[in-house]
Design a protein around this ligand. Structure first.
Ligand SMILES: C[S@@+](CC[C@H](N)C(=O)[O-])C[C@H]1O[C@@H](n2cnc3c(N)ncnc32)[C@H](O)[C@@H]1O
Length: 291
C-alpha cells in the first residue's frame, strides 16, 4: 500500500494547487498540512518521513478539494497572520490583507508622537485586526471599533480576547459612527482609522473567484464608483475628531485623487496625503484636522 509521508503530501498538494491556479500554492499546501497534523510549518520539514493515518489523510483530501475550488485557505484553516499576530477568520469577515499593515504602521507612527492616553476609532473593524494590531503595539490607547455585521464582531471579540486586549478595545455594532454617537455622548478621537468597503460594482465582477465567491460582499462593495462609504465618512468625520487629530483611510489602488478631493471639500483638513503600497498602488490617505 502507498505510504503518504508529509514530504510526499507536500509535493503532491503543491503540484495540484499550481495546476489549479491557487494563489501561493506551496504556502497553502503547508498551511493545510499544518491544520490536519497540528504541526508548525517548520515542523513539517523535520517530520518529512511521518506517515499520515487514514482519518487525517481523508480530512486533508476534503480540504484540498475545497482549496482547488478556490475557497480561501485562511477560511479552511480558520486563521491568518496579520502584523505578526494570529487572527481567527470565518466567512463572516474579510481576510486581513498584508497591504492593510501599512495603515497600522501609519497609525502607530502618528500615535507615537503624542503624549498621554490616545482615543482611537476603527470604523468597519471586521475581524478586529487593525484595532488589535494598534492596541498591541501602542501602550496608552483606548480604541472604539464599529462594524455593521454582528457576526464579524463576534470574530473580532474572540481575537481581542485571544490577544488580551479587552481592556483596551470596545466593540460596537452599527453603521459607521452611529453606535458611538448613541453610546458615548459625543466623544472626540485623536485618531480615526478605517479600511472600509471600497470596490465598485463593475470591479466586483472582475474579482478573483476566491474573493468574489467566498468573502462577504458587504465587506467589499461600496456603490457604483466604490466611494460611497468614503463620502459618508467624509461628511461625518470632522465632528468626531479633536483639533489636530488625524484620519487614516485605506483606499483602492486608483482611488487616491478621488478620496483626497472628497476630504478637501470638507475644508477641515490640512496635509492630505496619498501614499502608495509596496506594489506601487494608491493605498493610504492621511489627513490632519486643522487645529
Ligand atoms: C473591507 S472590510 C475591512 C475589515 C477589517 N477592518 C480589515 O481591514 O480586514 C470592511 C468591513 O466594513 C463593514 N461595514 C460595511 N459597511 C459598514 C457600515 N456602513 N458601517 C460599519 N461597518 C460597515 C463590513 O461588515 C466589513 O467587516
Amino acid at each position: 500500500m502507498e505510504q503518504w509521508t508529509i514530504k510526499k503530501l507536500l509535493e503532491w498538494i503543491t503540484d495540484y494547487l499550481i495546476k489549479s491556479n491557487v494563489d501561493s500554492p506551496r504556502l497553502s499546501a503547508e498551511l493545510l498540512l499544518c491544520h490536519v497534523t497540528g504541526l508548525q510549518r517548520i515542523e513539517l520539514y523535520t517530520n518529512f518521513a511521518t506517515v499520515l493515518p487514514k482519518p487525517r489523510l481523508d480530512a486533508l483530501h476534503a480540504l484540498v478539494k475545497r482549496a482547488v475550488s478556490h475557497e480561501p485557505v485562511q477560511y479552511l484553516v480558520g486563521k491568518t497572520e496579520f502584523y505578526s499576530m494570529q487572527f481567527k477568520v470565518t466567512p463572516d469577515c474579510l481576510i486581513p490583507r498584508p497591504e492593510t499593515e501599512l495603515l497600522v504602521e501609519r497609525a502607530i507612527d502618528f500615535l507615537r508622537c503624542r503624549k498621554g492616553e490616545q482615543l482611537v476609532c476603527d470604523l468597519c473593524t471586521g475581524s478586529g485586526c487593525i484595532a488589535a494590531a494598534i492596541a498591541k503595539n501602542q501602550p496608552d490607547v483606548k480604541i472604539t471599533a464599529t462594524d455593521l455585521c454582528d457576526k464579524a464582531l463576534s470574530v473580532a471579540q474572540e481575537n481581542i480576547a485571544h490577544h488580551n486586549l479587552t481592556e483596551k478595545i470596545t466593540l460596537l455594532c452599527g453603521d459607521l459612527f452611529a453606535p458611538i454617537i448613541e453610546g458615548m455622548d459625543a466623544t472626540k478621537f485623536d485618531l480615526i482609522v478605517s479600511n472600509p468597503p471600497y470596490i465598485s460594482t463593475a470591479e466586483y465582477e472582475t474579482l478573483d473567484a476566491n474573493v468574489r465567491d467566498y468573502e462577504p460582499a458587504d465587506a467589499l462593495l461600496a456603490g457604483t464608483d466604490g466611494l460611497d462609504i468614503y463620502r459618508r465618512i467624509a461628511s461625518q468625520v470632522s465632528e468626531h475628531l479633536k483639533p489636530d487629530g488625524a484620519l487614516i483611510l485605506e483606499i483602492g489602488y486608483a482611488q487616491g485623487p478621488a478620496v483626497k478631493e472628497l476630504l478637501e471639500q470638507i475644508g477641515a483638513f490640512a496635509n492630505i496625503t496619498v501614499e502608495k503600497d509596496f506594489s506601487n498602488n494608491d493605498r493610504i490617505v492621511t489627513a490632519r484636522k486643522t487645529a
